[in-house]
Design a protein around this ligand. Structure first.
Ligand SMILES: [Zn+2]
Length: 417
């Protein structure tokens, strides 16, 4: 009888977990590079034919049990690596990902390969797309606005009539043509992989045919840089938002040269951004002089506007947390103002004592400084109070916990500790 492995690492210390995880990430990269080497050789010798498969793609999916999109990326990368062997080392040491390679593929030639591979090292897909937009800019595409048509009779009527698509149809920028790498067409496989990806329900998403139809009709927003000066954005809007957009277009019409959506958005952002900046980090047209910056607030929980401005500027609007390996967090989202020395330990709302942290690191620091037990109880109390407020329908029904780290906060975006 085969022994069943217990798939749990709960007994590992954090240090051992970190170390063992890093070992496995390194070995995963190395084995991916080796797999490409073998996969390329298997395809070159057409070993899939005697095995009973009509293509390497089918062999990978049906025999290798790879998903369609993984098979597509691996085959494409393996072909590139055979043409440009410098790719193997870069995959093995993690300088480049298979996704980045597939994005680069249409532009890779003997002349461009070194430059492009160097430029794409340690880059995210979005950064690689920007790189490509610089070296191979594409023309702007006209904006279209149209209601979504039902994809099939089983599609939800609600979805098809309640959304409008702001989409650019003449080209699909995310799809790359393959002028330089057309030795063996993978287009069919790519389409199949892409179709399967679209049709496959998300693990966390709703199930059932109606939900699947909804996902096909209403794809998530996506964006692709076309050139250094223009970005393609495709999205689906609820009809109510589309109607608000139309209203904004009418209200702004006296200051617009055309009815172009990009111009409407530009005019709206000119109005909205100063408001958002003021809410988030108290940006002002007439900020206080730097002489005042050292002065904090009498109420340490309330961070004065001039302190927020100075902190935001000093920290570059980005989380300042530095990990054990010296890596500074790159997050610019869900940024919160944090007291280095907590208010409960006499920390003040001064520029020196306040810093920017993302939500995850603010929580982590609060646990570390104040104790996990204390913060757990505090969060449970906050959640219960929030539920009570929601039930009563007023924001003032429950008095704030005087010891709360959040008491007196000026914005729900900020968790001050
Ligand atoms: Zn962070």
């Amino acid at each position: 009888m085969r022994a069943t492995r217990i798939w749990s690492l709960k007994s590992l210390s954090d240090e051992l977990l970190d170390r063992e995880y890093a070992v496995r990430v390194r070995s995963d990269r190395a084995s991916t590079a080796e797999l490409l080497l073998y996969l390329g050789e298997m395809e070159a010798r057409k070993r899939y034919v005697p095995a009973g498969y009509s293509s390497m793609f089918r062999f990978c999916v049906e025999c290798g049990r790879m998903s369609e999109d993984v098979a597509y990326k691996r085959i494409r990368s393996a072909r590139l690596a055979r043409r440009f062997p410098a790719i193997y080392d870069r995959i093995a040491d993690g300088r480049i990902t298979l996704s980045a390679l597939v994005l680069l593929a249409p532009q890779l030639t003997a002349h461009t390969v070194e430059h492009l591979l160097a430029g794409a090292e340690h880059k995210t897909n979005e950064q690689v797309k920007l790189l490509l937009a610089e070296i191979a800019p594409r023309p702007d595409v006209p904006t279209t606005e149209r209601p979504n048509a039902p994809a099939s009779s089983s599609a939800s009527t609600n979805v098809s009539t309640s959304s409008a698509e702001l989409a650019v149809r003449p080209v699909a920028p995310s799809e790359c043509t393959t002028p330089t790498e057309s030795k063996v067409p993978l287009a069919e496989e790519r389409d199949r992989a892409s179709a399967t990806q679209q049709a496959e329900p998300d693990a966390a998403g709703p199930a059932g045919p109606a939900a699947a139809a909804e996902r096909r009709i209403a794809p998530r927003s996506h964006q692709t840089p076309l050139s250094p000066t223009s970005m393609y954005i495709g999205t689906t809007l609820p009809m109510v938002v589309y109607e608000q957009l139309q209203e904004a277009r009418e209200l702004l019409s006296h200051r617009l040269e055309s009815r172009e959506l990009s111009e409407v958005l530009e005019a709206m952002l000119a109005i909205t951004l100063p408001v958002l900046r003021k809410q988030k980090f108290a940006e002002s047209a007439s900020p206080r002089s730097t002489r005042d910056l050292r002065h904090g607030s009498r109420n340490a929980r309330q961070i004065p506007a001039h302190v927020k401005r100075a902190v935001w500027e000093r920290d570059g609007g980005r989380c300042t947390f530095v990990g054990t390996g010296g890596h500074r967090c790159t997050s610019r989202e869900r940024i919160e103002f944090d007291h280095r020395v907590p208010v409960t330990k006499s920390g003040e709302a001064t520029v020196e004592n306040v810093r920017l942290l993302c939500h995850a690191h603010n929580q982590f620091e609060a646990d570390r400084v104040l104790g996990e037990g204390f913060m757990k109880a505090k969060r449970a109390w906050s959640a219960a109070a929030q539920r009570s407020r929601a039930a009563i329908g007023t924001g003032n029904a429950i008095p704030e916990d005087p010891a709360s780290e959040n008491a007196g906060r000026t914005s729900p975006l900020e968790l001050e500790t």
